[in-house]
Structure formats: C-alpha cells, structure tokens
Design a binder for this molecule. Structure first.
Ligand code: AMP
Ligand code: MG
Length: 399
C-alpha cells in the first residue's frame, strides 16, 4: 500500500493545465481566468441616483421644510438634459443620471408633490452627495477587477459584462468522459435479470464532473469484454481531455480494464492506504489522463473526491487542486481498528453554535451502501488506530 499523498502527487504530476482560450461570458461559469481583467471604464459609468426621489441643490433644502419648483422628470436610461437651478427640483428614478446643477437626492418619502406637479415640498434637509452613486464608486478605469487564476462564479460574470467584457480569457473547460464497465450492469429502467444491477456509478460521476464545472461526456456502458473495452478506451482517450472509468480494476478474473489499460496505456496500479477505494488505476493513454476507479459505488465516489477532482481541478487551472479539509468535532463515537489505512467515513455534519462542524455517521459504512453517501455531506478523515470518540477533533472533507 502507498500513502494517499503519494498516489495523489502521482495523479497531479500527470494532469496538465489546459490551454488558455477566450469564451463567451455565458459559457465561462466555474472556469478560471487566464489573464488579469481590467476595467476599460468606470463603474458606475456616470453619477446616478440610488433612490427614487428628487434631484436638488443641497443648499436649497438646508432650511427645510421648503417648497421647490418642479421642472421635469428623469427616468433611468434618459439623457439628463435638464439643469437644476436655484429653488428647483427634478423628479428622478433609481439608476437615472444626475442632472447638472443638482448635488443631492431627497428620497420620495421625504417629499410631497403638489397635485398639478408644479411644486414639491421637501420636509428634511440632506447633505451634498445624498443618495448619489458617484462615477467609479465600484470600479475605476484601468482597475484590475480579477487577477489571472480567479474562479468565475455568477457574480464575477456580472462584473465582466458590467465592464464590457463579453469574451473572457479562461483556461479551457475540460471534457471528461465517463464509462462504466461490467457484464452485470443494466442501463435504464428495465427489469433486472438474475445477477444484474442498474448502473449507478456513471450517473453519479457524470453529475460530479458537471457540478465541478468540467463537461461530462457520457460514454456509456461497456461489458467485460477485452476488445470492446480496448475500443472504448482508445476512442475515449482520443475524444476527451480525461477519462473516468469505474469497475474492472480489482483482482477479479474479468477485470479486463486493468489488462487493456496495461497494454495500451502508461498506467500505474496502486493500492492506496485508504478505505474505501483502495485500488486505483491511474495513468495516461496517448497523453490523456485515465482514472480507473473501483466499481463499488461508494468507493468510486470517494476515489473521485480524492483523485479525480484534484486532477481535473489542476487541468482547469485551480491554484489549489486539492480541496482542503476543515477541522470538525465528532458528534458520536466513530470507532475502527488499526489497519494502516486512513478511513473516509460517510458523515453528516452540522454547524454548531461555536462555528465548528459536528459530524456523525450518515448510515452504514459498507462500500456498497450508497444511501449513506447520499445522506452524507462530508467525509470524516479517520487515521489508522482505534477511531475517534464523541467530542474528539476530526478532519472533514466537505462534499
Ligand atoms: P469491480 O470493481 O468491477 O470488481 O466491481 C465491484 C463492485 O461494484 C461489484 O459489486 C460491481 O457489481 C459493482 N459495480 C461496478 N460497476 C458499477 C456501476 N457502474 N454501478 C453500480 N455498481 C457497480
Ligand atoms: Mg466488474
């Protein structure tokens, strides 16, 4: 057995950051910027009002209550072609540009307009600049809004378009093929024959890949047949940036994934000192990284979290490919025996009043018990030994 860190370093050494490309902003979510993004103009681009109300000269309302004469209305999007003179006010709507002459906004709640809309009573004085959002208050011209290496979340995309960047330089989104292997697997809601099970891994893995911002490519089910596995693996490596398979990497007689990948790829077969997910096949076929995950549903997910996710994050340009654990507390005893392996227990963690996560088992810990994985929101990292007791510190990998 080799330590988790060694296996993961090997994986990361073969996963290479993708090329820099320019993509439309609506295709950029969850990608990492490949260059600094600077604002070509200020945000907001002009002085505007943060409130519906009246644009006034602060000096005119200093002795409020006062009555001003109403000389017009400016809506959002309008050109501010009215100049506010002494004793005058202009009705103005949120987001509309400030008219020349005015230096403050009185919100509508502090005003009372005459029925014929020729005058407005202002009940309180306001300071210069009141409710005005000045030019460049959020971002100034030339300011680097995001440095290279920023992960683009929804708010970032909004900032991109607000500074006029509709095509964004990013590290390309990798296409990750997902293949299930096994004669026992059935696709779709068909009744099961004797010895058959529904393929669950592929659907879970496709969703995990998409959720992390890569593009999952469904490459279907392949039976335990050497030729079909060879064809599927070769085609997958040629058409995708990375490939994830599940099943067929253990010690069984029909574990042909292992045999085929040994022939066509540059693979390393690892027994990692972890439970679940001890067997891992990882290497490259024609330069494309291949993650050969174990078939047991929980094992394939844990293996994805520990190896495939960091590898794909590196390909996507994340500065920290390995997701850090957080320090939590055991909410109940989580006992085990010493076996030289780090256990990744399926746990449910809740945030305590003191801001720490408290975790306990989310269900059965067998590597076939996928329902406990579904009920889990974290994996508890339990080092080899007798386990942890209620109240002990425990590291958590949040899912
Ligand atoms: P293997 O790694 O091929 O020896 O499979 C280990 C266990 O995982 C066996 O019980 C398989 O039936 C099961 N298994 C393999 N692939 C899948 C899959 N795609 N969905 C659900 N179970 C699977
Ligand atoms: Mg199998």
């Amino acid at each position: 057995m080799i330590p988790l860190s060694e296996a993961r370093e090997f994986v990361l050494s073969k996963c290479v950051q993708g090329p820099a490309v320019t993509v439309p902003v609506d295709d950029a979510a969850d990608l990492v910027t490949a260059a600094d993004l600077a604002a070509v103009g200020p945000i907001p681009p002009f002085d505007n009002t943060a409130m519906d109300g009246f644009a006034v000269r602060a000096a005119d309302v200093a002795s409020a209550p006062v009555t001003l004469s109403m000389i017009g209305t400016i809506a959002a999007g309008a050109v501010p072609d009215i100049t506010v003179g002494e004793g005058q006010a202009v009705r103005i709507m949120t987001g509309a540009p400030m008219p020349p002459g005015a230096d403050a906004v009185v919100m509508v709640e502090l005003t009372n307009m005459s029925e014929d809309q020729t005058t407005v009573d202002v009940s309180e004085s306001v300071p210069v600049g009141n409710h005005i959002r000045p030019t460049g208050d959020d971002v100034q011209t030339g300011q680097v809004v995001f440095q290279a290496g920023t992960v683009l979340r929804p708010a970032h995309l909004g900032v991109c378009t607000s500074i006029g960047v509709y095509d964004v330089p990013v590290i390309a989104r990798p296409r990750v093929g997902v293949i299930s292997t096994g004669d026992e697997l059935v696709d779709g809601p068909r009744p099961l024959g004797i010895g058959q099970i529904h393929d669950s891994n592929r659907h879970t893995l496709l969703a995990l890949v998409n959720a992390m911002g890569a593009t999952a490519v469904d490459l279907g089910l392949v039976p335990d047949d050497e030729d079909q596995i060879r064809d599927a693996m070769t085609a997958a490596a040629a058409s995708c940036d990375a490939v994830i398979t599940s099943g067929g990497v253990s010690m069984g007689d029909f574990d042909f994934v292992k045999k085929v990948l040994t022939e066509i790829g540059d693979m390393r077969w690892m027994q990692v000192a972890i439970k679940p997910a001890k067997p891992l096949a990882f290497g490259t076929v024609d330069g494309t990284p291949i993650f050969g995950l174990p078939g047991n549903p929980v094992s394939s997910m844990v293996s994805f979290e520990l190896f495939a996710r960091p590898g794909i994050r590196k390909m996507m340009g994340h500065a920290e490919p390995v997701v850090a654990t957080v320090a939590g507390v055991a909410g109940a005893d989580m006992l085990r025996g010493p076996d030289g392996k780090t256990h990744f227990a399926r746990v449910h963690a809740t945030m305590r009043d003191d801001g720490r996560y408290e975790a306990s088992f989310s269900g059965g810990q067998g590597s076939h018990q996928l329902s406990a994985m579904a009920a889990a929101n974290a994996l508890a990292v339990i080092p080899s030994g007798d386990g942890v007791h209620k109240g002990d510190p425990v590291d958590l990998l949040l899912l």
